[in-house]
Design a protein around this ligand. Structure first.
Ligand SMILES: Cc1cc2nc3c(=O)[nH]c(=O)nc-3n(C[C@H](O)[C@H](O)[C@H](O)COP(=O)(O)OP(=O)(O)OC[C@H]3O[C@@H](n4cnc5c(N)ncnc54)[C@H](O)[C@@H]3O)c2cc1C
Ligand code: FES
Length: 265
């Protein structure tokens, strides 16, 4: 885990009200894996750092994607190039691209290397997916990008897949329905978005890896503010053991489904 002062270097709009910020943070860029996050702090700013998935890396830069949902995110979006942001990370455990897949019709003990993956996102849940596309390709997989939002202007315009499927609730672009409904038959599913979307994904594909949203305090495993209820009983810390879980392992009924991250997604 690194703690660096990262200058803000660029900003671009990728959907209505949704922006990508680039920070110069070479050591973090080199170390980060898909599904991990950074905890950002700045001064003057909120007392607690704010967690953001790493969206992309570009040389020595990391990118994060966000909308203004409260004080901190609104403040970040008003910052100017050259201003400093304190960056703690990379944090958490990201997606696992090497977990074996059991092929249809194969015997009980036979497990295969996954050859295809769907990256399924709703709204801001697109955040970990460009890095996931990078890491999935490095693991030899064909990537299908499945991105959904309420309407066409809320879809993130940047996509990275061998196949790209858009989904909108109002049918204004691509598949009319949710991203979960649009997922094709693939060996592996990775998903991020509102918790209720992830719960639906887990119902269909219990083996899906999902990056969950929780409240977070410290981001480093100390405060227990990020508890994730588990089916086997007890809790995990999203910032340490997560934020990526196997969908079937989470007790979804006990996880809040209405965090602002979800509402804005
Ligand atoms: C692992 C992880 C990765 C995340 N990645 C992204 C990302 O890539 N892009 C993105 O836009 N958002 C992401 N979020 C959510 C983001 O951290 C919150 O939206 C942000 O902290 C809200 O800060 P704020 O100061 O704008 O809101 P505040 O003014 O603090 O609060 C506004 C509302 O947001 C709630 N809130 C505060 N902290 C969180 C939190 N950690 N998660 C959800 N709700 C919160 C508050 O309860 C309040 O109701 C991520 C969250 C986690 C846990
Ligand atoms: S945010 Fe403090 S333990 Fe996870």
């Amino acid at each position: 885990m690194l703690l660096v002062d990262a200058p803000l270097v660029a900003r671009r709009e990728v959907a209505r009200g949704m922006f990508v910020l680039s920070l110069e943070a070479p050591q973090v860029a080199e170390a980060v894996r898909a599904g991990q996050f950074v905890n950002l702090g700045w001064s003057p700013g909120p007392l607690l750092r704010r967690p953001f998935s790493v969206y992309r890396t570009d040389g020595g830069r990391i990118e994060v994607i966000l909308k203004a949902v409260g004080v901190g995110t609104a403040h970040l979006l008003h910052m100017k190039p050259g201003e400093m942001i304190s960056c703690l990370g990379p944090l958490g455990h990201g997606f696992d691209f090497h977990s074996p897949h059991r092929g249809e019709g194969e015997g009980e003990g036979r497990a295969e290397r996954p050859r295809s993956v769907a990256l399924v996102s709703g709204g801001l849940g697109v955040a970990p997916m460009p890095l996931a596309a990078r890491d999935a390709r490095a693991a030899g997989m064909e990537v299908t990008w499945v991105h959904g939002a309420r309407s066409a202007d809320e879809l993130c315009s940047e996509a990275d897949g061998d196949d790209v499927i858009w989904a909108t609730d109002d049918g204004s672009k691509g598949f009319a329905g949710t991203a979960v409904d649009a997922v094709p038959d693939v060996d592996m599913v990775l998903a991020c978005g509102p918790n209720r979307m992830l719960a639906a994904m887990a119902m269909r594909r219990p083996d899906a890896q999902v990056a969950v949203e929780t409240y977070m305090g410290c981001g480093t495993g100390v405060c227990l503010g990020c508890a994730v209820p588990l089916v086997r009983g007890g809790y995990d810390r999203a910032c340490k053991e997560g934020p990526v879980y196997r969908g079937a392992d989470i007790e979804w009924s006990m996880l809040p489904s209405h965090l602002p991250y979800a509402i804005s997604a």
